[in-house]
Write a protein that binds this ligand. Structure first.
Ligand code: PEP
Ligand code: MN
Length: 355
């Protein structure tokens, strides 16, 4: 994906964050028009609204379908907005483009399915002007960077050059703070490998709750994301989908006005010095881990000679318990220490098994 073009429209430049906002779903003409008016007044140029809604459970509100496209066209015309909607099939692509939608996005459930993504890619290529279309690919629901990249490549290979990625978090099982876990290292790795692909954060689907939108959006800015996609609704409490995470256009205006935009190009001397120290610490850290693994291999040989099992759960539990307490005293987060120790232990076991 060598030749990505920036996502710019007349009035939307690459110098300011790319902001998209609008309801989870288009519900009625009135709701679309009222929300569009509010979003435009908040200074947003790209209006999002779901027309076809992929719902986890059958029987929920599955979107108004094609008639909603006319409402988006009307909002575009009346408020000078660009419009964006989710597509999941060839028919969606054709209908959305025929009605003048400016930005298509592929949802998280669809980007996890290569057959569906390829169908969309083929429909985009069949237009004969894929290079002038703007397509955003949300991360797949599962935390699989290769699957996300695969979906982006299918769209790129169809000729789309105004291509972007939306980070909306990943499904995790059980009780959790976020509706979808951010796992920031995944979008950051995507950016390391494909620095020219604009990275947009969707704090609405990530947080799943209104209160989390501002802090997540700020985190995204702190990591120099290109922009945001935020769900806004003229009457969030009555929304037919995702009501807990939708905010009013006024709240959107307030949040956008209070976000601090970092300058990713700034490089002060102090920062360079701090970075050298971080790099030196990372060197030590890796050497230390390598040394620990070499001891683990020696232990592995000993265990093999004495017919002992590689994993001894009581030893592992005791070690984990002790180090978690120590880590907490050192000011590290408990979850982080557990993840780190589990990863180190897993690698030790792998090294011992593969002796
Ligand atoms: C949406 O943007 O409304 C949506 C369905 O998002 P996701 O695909 O991230 O769940
Ligand atoms: Mn939604």
């Amino acid at each position: 994906m060598e030749n990505i073009q920036p996502i710019i429209f007349p009035g939307v430049s690459a110098d300011t964050p790319l902001i998209m906002a609008g309801p989870c779903s288009a519900e009625s003409r009135e709701q679309v028009m009222e929300t569009a008016a509010g979003v435009a007044a908040a200074g947003v140029k790209i209006f999002r609204a779901g027309i076809w809604k992929p719902r986890t459970q059958p029987g929920g509100f599955e979107g108004v379908g094609t008639p909603g496209l006319e409402w988006l066209a009307e909002a575009k015309e009346k408020y000078g907005l660009y419009t964006a909607t989710e597509v999941a099939t060839r028919a969606h692509v054709e209908a959305a483009l025929a009605s003048g939608i400016d930005v298509l996005w592929i949802g998280a459930r669809t980007s996890a399915n290569p057959f569906a993504v390829q169908e969309i890619a083929d429909a985009l290529a069949a237009t004969g002007h894929a290079h002038s279309l703007t397509v955003l690919v949300k991360n797949p629901v599962n935390a699989d960077l290769e699957l996300w990249i695969g979906a982006l490549k299918r769209i790129y290979n169809a000729g789309v050059r105004r291509l972007g990625a939306i980070h909306r978090g990943f499904t995790a099982y059980g009780h959790k703070l976020y509706r979808n876990e951010p796992l920031w290292r995944i979008p950051i790795e995507l950016r390391r490998r494909y620095p020219s692909i604009p990275l947009i954060c969707d704090p609405s689907h990530m947080g799943g709750r209104r209160e989390l939108i501002a802090p997540i959006a700020q985190q995204a800015y702190d990591m120099c994301f290109t922009g945001l996609m935020i769900e806004a609704h003229c009457n969030p409490d009555c929304a037919l989908s995702d009501k807990a995470q939708q905010i009013t256009p006024d709240a959107l205006h307030y949040i956008l006005g209070n976000l601090v935009i970092r300058d990713g190009s700034q490089q002060t001397e102090n920062l360079s010095e701090l970075r050298r120290r971080i790099d030196a610490s990372d060197d030590e850290l890796l050497e230390l881990i390598a040394r620990r693994m070499s001891i683990a291999r020696e232990i592995g040989l000993y265990k093999r000679e004495h017919s002992m099992p590689v994993v001894q759960p009581t030893r592992y539990n005791a070690l984990m318990q002790r180090r978690v307490e120590q880590g907490i005293e050192l000011g590290l987060g408990e979850e982080f220490i557990r993840t780190l120790l589990a990863a180190i232990h897993e690698e030790s076991v792998r090294q011992q098994v593969n002796l």
